[in-house]
Design a protein around this ligand. Structure first.
Ligand code: AMP
Ligand code: MG
Length: 537
């Protein structure tokens, strides 16, 4: 463990709550549901729970906060991170934000089941906001209970950390704690609510601000608080852009566009489908935020959405994520327009998003294919046609790319089709469906791909090493998360912790762990939780 991790007692954590100190607060301090205007947040305390029990924690996130293992494994830790105890220096609050849900303006939403505890100032001088998800109702809970269940909390906890280790910008997760309470949930929205174990995840990020935080002010014509929030965001999270001014607002928007494009490119690289890209679920820092009904592509199907609520329109399907991010950025542009009063430069940044995304996407695909430089003339058609090849039959995206690195470009080209295809056969869900015709199309692409690889200066081994850095072997397959949930619900947290450990090294071979790199088993094809998630996830 890192020698810098000196904090053994949680009371020694240092808090510096810039956000609540500087931003306008809701004067009302009673906890009841309401509309909140002219304010960025409402102070609210977490609800006490019966019996906190630590299920899992991330040692890397503990390290960010300088927390020692002893501190995390103390009884007090479970109390604090279930919401039973507020440490001195914390200043708990829920944020006010709005959002477009499924393309429609939904008005005020806000932290309905998230409570920010405060900002830890670590030894490096970094601010990390701690946020409990599922710690009870807030003024923004509307008709819901402010709680979270074990199932959704395991998913959020594991996926946050898995994404981090994959190199995808994301909010982090410090801990997963059972509350000892039972929570009523209608998982299938079919009028059959069940009691499920309640849980709380502590999320950690430099800031949890979302596009919706800016939108809510604009929607109400509250321009001064809007300006305050934008200035604050720039000063605290984008200081490199300079002191806030009209010019800097524009640079800031451009940077948000750039970061958002970067995040989506990573999602497309690893096969992540967020599932509910409403504008209130878009981080202003370009972090993946709000792990709800997300899913991982198994079969490469750009039309796949994991979210049952999205099944009809498929707005949030894998292949549509780049366009939706742009749509969301347009909404953010509209929100900050009153500070700029000129659409032209905002439009320019949006155009740059589109161009930047395109170029970044092509480079990312070139990396996945092991090209040391992108040669547009040969590579763009190969990338384009690969989209078709991957959809000829049910093909596992993660396995396909990982196995592609085993192709041999050195030595005599083989004319044996079976030999050529051999490294990839594991990626096909039903090898019998790889008919003569399908095989011919795949082989045609492979041969052109191999021809291109032979123009590379690198050896097969060197190329494979490069490809293995961008094509993960292990991702949080939907059914794996579900298996961990099933066990955890029965009181066995071993698989949660095993997966957490496995996913710390997603690009490593990890001999002996191959069972976690395999295709989704048939039983999981249509099982809820494995292929279909609801928003209540
Ligand atoms: P989501 O789509 O999960 O990001 O949630 C949309 C809005 O609903 C946000 O304002 C959430 O805080 C709120 N919300 C979701 N689940 C709950 C819950 N169980 N209790 C209170 N508010 C919730
Ligand atoms: Mg949300």
């Amino acid at each position: 463990m890192n020698s810098q991790q000196t904090i053994k007692n949680l009371h020694d954590l240092e808090f510096d709550n810039q956000f609540t100190r500087e931003m306008p607060a809701d004067p009302e301090t009673e906890n009841f549901r309401r509309q909140v205007s002219q304010a960025c947040y409402s102070r609210v305390s977490p609800t006490k729970v019966r019996q906190p029990q630590l299920v899992a924690y991330s040692k890397e996130v503990a390290e960010l906060l300088d927390l020692s293992t002893a501190a995390v494994e103390s009884d007090e830790f479970a109390e604090v991170f279930a919401g039973n105890q507020v440490l001195e220096g914390m200043d708990p609050f829920a944020m006010c934000y709005g959002g477009h849900q499924f393309g429609n303006w939904a008005g005020q939403l806000g932290d309905g089941r998230a409570i920010n505890l405060g900002e830890v100032l670590n030894q490096k001088g970094e601010h990390w906001t701690l946020q409990l998800k599922g710690a009870g109702p807030t003024p923004y809970s509307r008709t819901a209970d402010g709680l979270a269940v074990l199932r959704s909390s395991v998913r959020e906890f594991l996926c946050s950390e898995a994404m981090y280790h994959l190199g995808v910008p994301t909010t982090r997760a410090l801990s997963l704690v059972l509350t000892g309470e039972q929570v009523l949930r209608d998982m299938f929205y079919d009028g059959n609510p069940q009691r499920e174990p309640g849980a709380v995840v502590c999320r950690v990020a430099p800031s949890f601000l979302r596009f919706g935080n800016y939108q809510i002010f604009a929607s109400r014509g509250e321009i001064e608080p809007l300006r305050k929030l934008v200035d604050y965001t720039i000063r605290t999270d984008f200081p490199e852009l300079g002191e806030p001014s009209r010019e800097v607002y524009l640079r800031w928007f451009e940077e948000v566009c750039r970061r958002t494009a970067d995040m989506i490119i990573h999602w497309m690289r690893v096969g992540f489908v967020h599932g509910v890209m409403n504008t209130d679920n878009m981080s202003i820092l370009g972090l993946t935020i709000d792990y709800g009904p997300y899913g991982w592509l198994e079969d490469y199907d750009p039309n796949w959405t994991p979210n049952t609520t999205d099944a009809a329109g498929r707005r949030y399907r894998f292949g549509n994520q780049p366009q939706i991010a742009l749509w969301n950025l347009v909404q953010l542009a509209n929100a900050i327009f009153p500070l700029i009063e000129d659409a032209e430069p905002l439009q320019q940044s949006l155009d740059e998003y589109a161009d930047g995304f395109e170029q970044g996407f092509q480079q990312m695909m070139a990396d996945k294919l092991g090209f040391s430089t992108l040669q547009r003339e040969t590579d763009l058609p190969l990338i384009e046609e690969l989209q078709q090849v991957l959809q000829l039959v049910e093909t596992d995206m993660t396995i396909f790319f990982r196995r592609l690195a085993f192709l041999k470009a050195e030595g005599e080209p083989t004319s044996d089709v079976a030999e050529l295809m051999a490294p990839l056969m594991d990626a096909y869900y039903d090898p019998a469906k790889v008919t003569e015709d399908v095989r011919a199309k795949i082989v045609d692409w492979l041969q052109r791909y191999l021809k291109r690889l032979r123009e590379e200066q690198s050896s097969d081994v060197e190329r494979r090493e490069r490809m293995n850095l961008v094509n993960p072997k292990y991702v949080l397959r939907n059914y794996l998360a579900q298996l961990a949930i099933d066990k955890a619900a029965a009181g066995d947290f071993s698989l949660v912790n095993e997966l957490l450990e496995l996913l710390r090294h997603p690009y490593d071979e990890q001999p002996g762990q191959e069972e976690y790199a395999g295709k989704r088993p048939e039983w999981a094809r249509n099982r809820p939780g494995c292929s279909m998630l609801s928003c209540s996830s």
